[in-house]
Design a protein around this ligand. Structure first.
Ligand SMILES: [Zn+2]
Length: 272
């Protein structure tokens, strides 16, 4: 799902194979999706030089700011068609922050065997994160309390709202899992803290809230701050605003950034 700012959905941008070296499952999915494309995507601003890893303009590269934080929870993204190709996709950020991340392209007619294997892995307690009114009441939960020894696995449907509803209805392999429904109170408390403006939380915001509910408060906070820094840099480039590494968002993210990265950042402060 898009970030909490308006973004034309036609913006798609190929990424070279180097990105596949990341532990970022969305980067891998993007490469798989591009390989299946019959014709190359022509993105607006495609002549702009982008960072091969974070997808931002080189002058606004986010890579030195990737947070390093432990989490007990895992996140699995089910992504609708071109979602992984959008430079504005925020599922990518989740995969940067949560070490146990996976991403699969969703299809109505076929299911990735690797997804089914993940769902069957007894170390995880999967939760489908979705509004409760679309699920049978007995499936709906509002807290995260996995059976002992199990770690939570949050399944997020990364798509537009209309697509996500269809995905939820037409994925029978998810039917046996509880549906984690974020309450309006949880969402508005979160919104107040972040002063986010969007009507719906974007995918990274939903993930941050889930992490918090699961007791992974540090990871949730790091993801929040990372999303803010991403948004600031993404929009900053589009609007030709100067990059401010002392901004509130950068300050909030700084404690989560590794020491090596921080040194590199000092060297390259001010741009690529
Ligand atoms: Zn970068």
């Amino acid at each position: 799902m898009s970030p909490p700012f308006a973004e034309p959905s036609s913006l798609v941008e190929p990424v070279p194979a180097e990105a596949a070296g990341l532990g970022n499952s969305v980067a891998r999915l993007r490469l798989e999706r591009l390989a299946r494309s019959a014709k190359p995507f022509v993105a607006r601003g495609s002549r702009m030089e982008r960072c091969e890893q974070c997808r931002l303009a080189l002058s606004h590269c986010l890579c030195a700011w990737r947070p390093q934080v432990a989490a007990r929870s895992a996140v699995c993204l089910l992504m609708h068609d071109i979602e992984a190709l959008k430079p504005s996709n925020t599922g990518w950020l989740i995969a940067d922050v949560v070490a146990d991340n996976s991403a699969f392209g969703w299809s109505r007619v076929e299911v990735d065997e690797r997804l089914l294997a993940l769902l069957d892995d007894p170390q995880w307690q999967p939760y489908v994160v979705f509004p409760g009114e679309y699920a049978a009441p007995e499936r709906v939960v509002q807290t995260v309390a996995p059976a002992s020894g199990k770690r939570p696995l949050f399944i997020l449907l990364d798509a537009t709202w209309t697509e996500a509803r269809k995905m939820f209805r037409k994925s029978p392999y998810l039917d046996r899992f509880p549906v984690l429904s974020l309450t309006p109170e949880q969402q508005s408390r979160y919104r107040l803290r972040r002063s986010t403006r969007g009507e719906h939380l974007c995918t990274a915001e939903v993930a941050a809230l889930c992490l918090e509910l699961a007791g992974d408060a540090q990871a949730g906070e790091a993801l929040d701050a990372y999303l803010d820094v991403f948004s600031e840099r993404y929009l900053g480039f589009k609007r030709s605003l100067p990059l401010d590494e002392q901004s509130a968002a950068h300050q909030r993210l700084r404690p989560f950034v590794g020491r090596a990265a921080a040194a590199g950042r000092a060297d390259s402060a001010g741009g690529a």
